[in-house]
Each structure stands twice: as C-alpha cells, then as structure tokens.
Design a protein around this ligand. Structure first.
Ligand SMILES: [Zn+2]
Length: 98
C-alpha cells in the first residue's frame, strides 16, 4: 500500500506539467475547474422540483432530475416509499435501472 495516493488534481497537474504548461498557469486552470465543479454542486443541491411528489408517487425520472432533493433532501421520505418498475426503493440502487 503506497503511503501517498495521487488525487485527480495531482494527476491533472502532472499531465499539464508534462505537456509544458508552467506551474502557475496549471494551478490557475485547475482552480478554475474546481470552482466550476463546486458551483455546479451547489446549483444541484439548490434544485427543488416545482411539484414535489409524495410517498409512492416518485418515479425514477423524478430522482434522476432532482437527485439531491429526493436522495438527500426533503423528498427522501417520498422517494423511499416509492418503487421503480423492478420493485426497488427509489433510494436504493436498482440493478435494472440505468
Ligand atoms: Zn429499477
């Protein structure tokens, strides 16, 4: 077991340095990507459906469209009480759903 496992950031930095991009520019680009990822994450967490479904009414498409709301947010109870066409709870990962 190595005592140091490179992160995606480290790998991207190494690749950029190998490609001849200087260190300050590589850091700048990677930070911009990180900021964008964080912002996208925040936007996803803030998304709430216009018409939230109740227990038993949530579909796979609803969870796919609003994953934070139905998996981690206020809609979790409703999703937990709803099943996909393979009879799995929508809060579980179903081997049959994409
Ligand atoms: Zn399923």
């Amino acid at each position: 077991m190595p005592d140091y496992i490179p992160t995606a950031y480290d790998k991207a930095l190494d690749a950029m340095l190998e490609a001849g991009i200087d260190r300050p520019r590589a850091d700048e680009l990677l930070l911009a990507v990180c900021d964008l990822a964080i912002r996208n994450h925040e936007i996803a967490q803030e998304r709430v459906p216009d018409n939230p479904k109740g227990p038993g009414e949530v579909t796979y498409a609803d969870v796919h469209a609003y994953p934070y709301y139905y998996i981690r947010g206020e809609g979790r109870e409703a999703a937990d009480a709803s099943r996909c066409e393979h009879d799995y709870r929508l809060t579980s990962s179903c081997p049959g759903c994409p």
